[in-house]
Design a protein around this ligand. Sequence first.
Ligand code: ADP
Ligand code: MG
Length: 260
Amino acid sequence: MCRVIAIANQKGGVAKTTTAVNLGIGLAKMGKKVLLVDDDPQGSMTICLGYREPDNLELTIVDIIEKIVNEEDIPEDYAILHHSENVDVLPSNIALSAAEVSLVNVMSRELVLRDYVEKIKHKYDYVIIDCMPSLGVMTVNALACADSVLIPVQAAFLPVKGLQALLKTIYTVKRRLNAKLEIEGILLTMVDKRTNYAKEIIEEVNEVYGKTLRVLPTEIPLSIRATETSAMSKSIYDYDPRGKVASAYTELTNIVSQNA
Ligand code: ADP
Ligand code: MG
């Protein structure tokens, strides 16, 4: 059985992409078959995984969207890249912005990604979707095909405030499009335990959301090693295997894999 997990938060810079990459590769290290889907026109995940010029890629998620919209067959492994750490990658680039706009005129525009995932999910144990920093059509597409949504939240004041709008979108999608959608949990990221500020934020998140949502027991610490990894075309397990971020993401991977 394949599980589809969307990594979403309309705030930028909260570690969605970092979490998608390291959760995906963490699951692959456990022997799982994983597809990482870049659902962001900025192509950050594509770039992080070493495909430095996403705008020059011949095939991306945009070509998949076109095929689905035009009801064409999708050839085996179409647009898929194979990363050396044993994950498949559906890359993205700036053309996704225009594609997202053009979906506005398409019937069932929220269900394009679901159609694709239905076709390929027999090949994978996990499909991890790295969402863009918005609550637009492509993020709704991700939520509409996901079994669960993981919400990275940076331990800082403003990102915490943005959660209400995200939760509202999640509950609307669950009601109208995807009854099976669950919230995997809130993942606190870039936590700097040395500051009282971070502690206050963590307390606040637990107080405001802890009763209705799962705040995951794993926190991802702030670390310059994590920042550096984004430019290394590899996971934190490969770049800094003994670091505290690698062990935090290993813990997260274990928690998520037990939720099957
Ligand atoms: P998003 O996808 O939500 O925009 P990213 O994963 O791209 O967020 O992360 C934003 C920035 O923060 C990147 O430069 C990334 O390298 C950095 N970053 C991510 N996680 C950490 C961490 N635990 N500690 C320090 N920097 C981090
Ligand atoms: Mg990102």
